[in-house]
Design a protein around this ligand. Structure first.
Ligand code: F6P
Length: 375
């Protein structure tokens, strides 16, 4: 049987565990199944530009514990690729690269956007297998994504550290936690770190409710309050505008009007640090307590993957290699219970896994006295 050729790329924001997953795919693909493996540099851009690196046993050694991705990554989308001063659909060029290397399959490691982009290529006839990575944990059909556990540990550790300085100064400390439009990281780290207020995008907040919770703490003699805020958290008013804009975009036919609405939506999406700074100032004014802001930012994506992420990435990676061997394509390898399960890409692409209103952890947070800012 001729050697089978496999391509692999990492796309979207990086996260700890990507290298463990590359190794998880590569070790069995090369060592057990005798496949040949090439990596494309910097996500779909490398596939377009045909920038490759041949992966062998030596390159796959010693990367299990390292953060980032040895392949490099980018947020470029195949069908909306910035090329010079234009944004072009380059999917055709990527199909050509795939054919030039006589690839039998392409493995794409990424978050929600990557699943969508991988499906696009799959629909054009490429054999695609994907893995779910992101610190946001918002990829649908999988219990968890690799990268999440490490980021959760980093954010929790930060909240632990902020407690002592907040107490010493009798302050409010607001800590902004990543997660894009999902609250998994803030909710998890908020609970694990014992934050007093936890604000997540899925529960629009009322500023007065938050201020009242802090006032109650002060009255009961508490010398500090930790406010864990997801970067995508929104006040009730902002959430209303966001929903209205999204509905308007869906029903607007005119291309230029849609572009204007999209720009407004992006502005709401990108207001992160500014929003949290304003929230900090507002809480200071409303409560009369000194308030400080800590934005954890990309610290949450850096460094060594946790043991749990290494295990998950390795399990999903090796399951992807088994799929390649079985020629099962058009799937994402999901984590379900203790199993790695291939699920159709069509069921994953374009969907986001947000924190459901009835998620047990929301109840857990409330029962331990955290304010979730509800109106
Ligand atoms: O998707 C992972 C993530 O870290 C989000 O939590 C965050 O909103 C975004 O990426 C930041 O993206 P970038 O690294 O491109 O600034």
């Amino acid at each position: 049987m001729p050697t089978r050729n496999i391509g692999i790329l990492t796309s979207g924001g990086d996260c700890p565990g990507l290298n463990a997953a590359i190794r998880g795919v590569g070790k069995p693909a090369i060592g057990k199944y005798g496949m040949s493996l090439i990596g494309f540099r910097d996500g779909f851009r490398g596939l377009m530009q045909d920038r490759i690196i041949r992966l062998d046993d030596e390159l796959l050694s010693g990367i299990l514990t390292s953060g980032g991705t040895i392949l490099g990554t980018s947020r470029d989308k195949p069908n909306k690729m910035p090329v010079g001063d234009k944004v072009l659909d380059m999917t055709g060029v990527m199909v050509e690269t795939y054919k030039r290397h006589h690839l039998d399959a392409l493995v794409c490691l990424g978050g929600g956007g990557t699943q969508k982009n991988a499906k696009l290529l799959h629909d054009l006839g490429l054999n695609v297998v994907t893995l779910p990575k992101t610190i946001d944990n918002d990829v649908s059909m999988t219990d968890v994504t690799f990268g999440f556990d490490t980021a959760l540990g980093i954010a929790t550790d930060a909240i632990d550290k902020l407690h002592s300085t907040a107490t010493s100064h009798n302050r409010i400390i607001v800590v902004e936690i990543m997660g894009h439009r999902a609250g998994w990281l803030a909710l998890g780290a908020g609970i694990a770190g014992g934050a007093d207020v936890i604000l997540i995008p899925e529960i629009p907040y009322d500023l007065e409710s938050v201020a009242n919770a802090i006032r109650r703490r002060t009255k009961s003699g508490k010398r500090f309050s930790i406010v864990a805020v997801a970067e995508g958290a929104m006040s009730a008013d902002e959430a209303k505008s966001f929903t209205e804009l999204k509905a308007l975009k869906a029903e607007t036919k005119s291309k230029s009007q849609r572009a204007t609405i999209k720009a407004d939506l992006t502005a709401l999406d990108n207001r992160r640090g500014d929003h949290t700074l304003n929230l900090t100032r507002d809480l200071e004014k409303l409560t009369g307590l000194e308030a400080r802001l800590t934005i954890l930012g990309h610290l949450q994506r850096g460094g060594t993957p946790s043991a749990a992420d290494r295990m998950l990435a390795t399990q999903l990676g090796t399951a992807a290699a088994q799929c390649l061997e079985a020629e099962q394509y058009g799937v994402m390898i999901a984590s379900r219970g203790d199993q790695a399960v291939p699920v159709p890409l069509a069921d994953v692409a374009g969907k986001k896994k947000l924190v459901p209103a009835d998620h047990p952890l929301i109840q857990t947070a409330r029962l331990t006295g955290a304010c979730l800012g509800d109106v």
